[in-house]
Design a protein around this ligand. Structure first.
Ligand code: PLP
Length: 341
């Protein structure tokens, strides 16, 4: 397979159209067989449910080339399960798990020429999503849906090393108590846009959202879960019903315990505790872990002892172990790596 002539190392995180995408329609109460298509555009009614009432959910995962030359993706079964949970919460039909994985595999295979080579740091980002398609004007769920998967090559997240970032405690909430914070839906992102634009204008890289009920506990950022390391090397990660259950975070918790022998705590984390932690990172598919060096709350600065130059030592170990597993340099737990080719 001839690869596309792309300068992999200079790719950013932007949309690049690839050759094929997967589409399946839900009509009359059932999904059709699904197919790969070339057309990257979607035509729909001006009154489509997704356009009027934001009935849309998505997933994000990556395909990449391992050290021994296979194309793989990481735990797609968990993305399939999470899409099911998102669908249930927005009254959308479930796309079956085996079909989800099959659709991901087919779309990656069809765009193999865009899977970046091992060592480039770049990956093929995979975006499965589902939305309400037919006209809906009275407020109710759509009757017809499309499930789609497209791919786009993305560059190395950290160009020139993972520099710790500075985040601000947001004055906005990303999720309501008993709301939709725990599902992966466009609506959670729409409401975070003003908050992130505001944070960027003020010179911060990201927002830390607090729990919407009491604003005393740490939740997550707009698109990544928090992970903290205590001074005695425990790994602590916030627990809340309004946090999106990150697959990267769940995998890191496992790696911390089973590969590195660290104690892991998944519990409520109070904002007041932050000054006592040694390291902080953000976890998600895009970067695996982004180190945080400083947290600012209305001028009050919390500087993590790991500093602003490098990832903290435990964060680095977690990062190296999980990326080692993903890239095939270390043995993966059973079922974590889906070999596509
Ligand atoms: C997708 C997402 C994450 C990260 O989840 P991963 O499965 O690790 O990619 C974290 N928070 C939010 C709000 C998200 O949408």
């Amino acid at each position: 397979m001839e690869k596309k002539d792309i300068d992999w190392s200079s790719l950013g995180f932007g949309y690049v159209k690839t050759d094929k995408r997967y589409v399946s329609w839900f009509k009359n109460g059932a999904w059709d067989d699904g197919a790969l298509v070339e057309d990257d555009t979607i035509t729909m009614s001006e009154c489509a449910g997704v356009l009027q009432y934001a009935q849309t959910i998505f997933e994000g995962l990556k395909a990449y080339t391992t050290e021994d030359g296979h194309i793989v993706c990481f735990r797609p079964d968990l993305n399939a399960e999470r899409l099911e949970q998102s669908a249930a919460r927005l009254e959308m039909p479930v796309f079956p798990k085996d079909r989800f994985i099959d659709a991901v595999v087919k779309t990656v295979e069809a765009n193999e020429a865009y899977v970046p080579p091992y060592g480039s740091g770049a990956t093929l980002y995979i975006r499965p999503y589902m939305f309400g398609y037919n006209p809906v004007i009275g407020v109710k769920p759509a009757d017809e849906y499309q499930f789609r998967v497209f791919t786009t090559p993305v560059g190395p997240y950290f160009k020139g090393g993972a520099k710790p970032i500075t985040i601000k405690v947001s004055d906005f909430d990303r999720a309501a108590p008993h709301g939709t914070g725990h599902i992966k839906a466009g609506l959670n992102y729409a409401m975070s846009l003003h908050a992130i634009v505001t944070a960027h204008k003020e010179g911060f890289d990201e927002n830390m959202y607090l729990d919407p009920g009491t604003r005393t506990k740490v939740e997550e950022t707009g698109g990544a879960n928090f992970l903290f390391i205590t001074k005695d090397n425990k790994v602590v990660t916030p627990k809340s019903d309004s946090i999106l259950p990150s697959i990267t975070r769940r995998s890191l918790m496992y790696v911390a315990e089973k590969y590195l022998g660290l104690t892991v705590e998944h519990r409520e984390v109070y904002f007041d505790e932050l000054k006592d932690f040694a390291e902080c990172g953000l976890c998600g598919t895009a970067a695996v872990i982004s180190p945080v060096g400083k947290i600012v709350n209305h001028g009050e600065e919390i500087c993590l002892p790991s500093g602003m130059d490098d990832m903290g030592p435990i964060t680095k170990k977690l990062y190296d172990t999980l990326t080692g597993i993903q890239m095939g340099r270390m043995e993966a737990p059973e079922g974590w790596i889906k070999v596509i080719k």
